[in-house]
Design a protein around this ligand. Sequence first.
Ligand code: A2P
Length: 416
Amino acid sequence: MNAPTEHAAIARQHLIDPEICIRCNTCEEICPIDAITHDSRNYVVKFDVCNGCLACVPPCPTGAIDSWRNVEPVRHYPIDEQLKWDVLPDTTELDNFDATTGATGAGETPAEVKEITEVATAGHGGPALAPWSAAHPYVNLYSPATPVTATVTGNFRLTADDASSDIHHVVLDFGATPFPVLEGQSIGIIPPGTDANGKPHLLRMYSVASPREGERPHYNNVALTVKRVTEDHEGRPAKGVASNYVCDLKKGDKVQVTGPYGSTFLMPNNPGSSIMMICTGTGSAPMRAMTERRRRRMHLKEGGELLLFFGARTPGELPYFGPLQKLPKDFIDINLAFSRLPDQPKQYVQDLIRERADKVFRMLTDDNSYIYICGLKGMEAGVIEAFRDICRANGTDWDALRPQLLAKGRFHIETY
Ligand code: A2P
């Protein structure tokens, strides 16, 4: 029945499942041909642009991206229709055709599709990988349709009273419901209520700031570092729905949580492994989790160095500034960059990275050192430029080194 003439007119349309998608933007960022777009509600794939290269599929934390329907090209699902979906359309009898032996959306054979996939991932320096000694993460245990209820057990302001930013350390307890997380993973929080269109609010993702055994060790809990959003990217006043909800939570409040998410931004576990951490603001959350994991194991004398570059406007704006000062100097090498100190030149993390070029180069080229960057998107380019210059000064080509770091699970970036 699957004669070529019968399904020559069938295309495989790439879709994104709106029920599972956590709107993390990974697919749109990674698509090499800009086939993915979004509005305030949904992420969608442009039928006419997508070439089925699959570059977006492995990095998707939930698998929402791996959704397909067989369609007649003239009757494909248009973007404006996809943007309105709350669920994927039902499958039709066209989906009974075996598209791996029949036609695909872009007309490739399966072998061609595979070849394009490999080229696409190689173009990004290889798929992201976790360190070889990372613990195995659990992911997607709870979806937006099946969230777990957590109870707030603490909510503390981390920034100074007179600081312009209001950053909170919020602890959530899962009681008897399993919620295993590793340092570097994120969880989703669904704010209660509905949006302007009367639809339930979408979840927002937050990095876990506590180590795997919990903020309160051996209790089933996680900590988050959340900044109250009071303005949009252009600096206009805007009240962030989720961040204000989380920052205002009281002890005993119940919260709907999804996740955990993330399987590559994970810390190495082998004794002697070193970690370079570069962050701004709430990008400190995963760094705090990793540092705390190592601090609690300090007595084991497992070795390995911790090198931290942390940027904030002033000391009062720097989350965890107090506890950081108390850590022993031989445990962690802390480099704080302050950008808005009175009578001081503006300093960014990349400036301090250049000042510490010798140590940074040694760690970049040491197979047992792992590098993590988390925070403002703008910082990423500055840090990469600093790495490039440091490598050049040492006779090494950063653009050749970077794919090697990725292939060894040694280079991890999460910026927003
Ligand atoms: P700035 O004072 O120039 O905004 P925020 O407080 O907005 O979360 O930012 C955290 C820190 O990151 C601030 O010190 C901020 O400096 C700094 N920052 C802003 N842009 C960059 C950039 N392109 N590279 C590095 N740091 C940056």
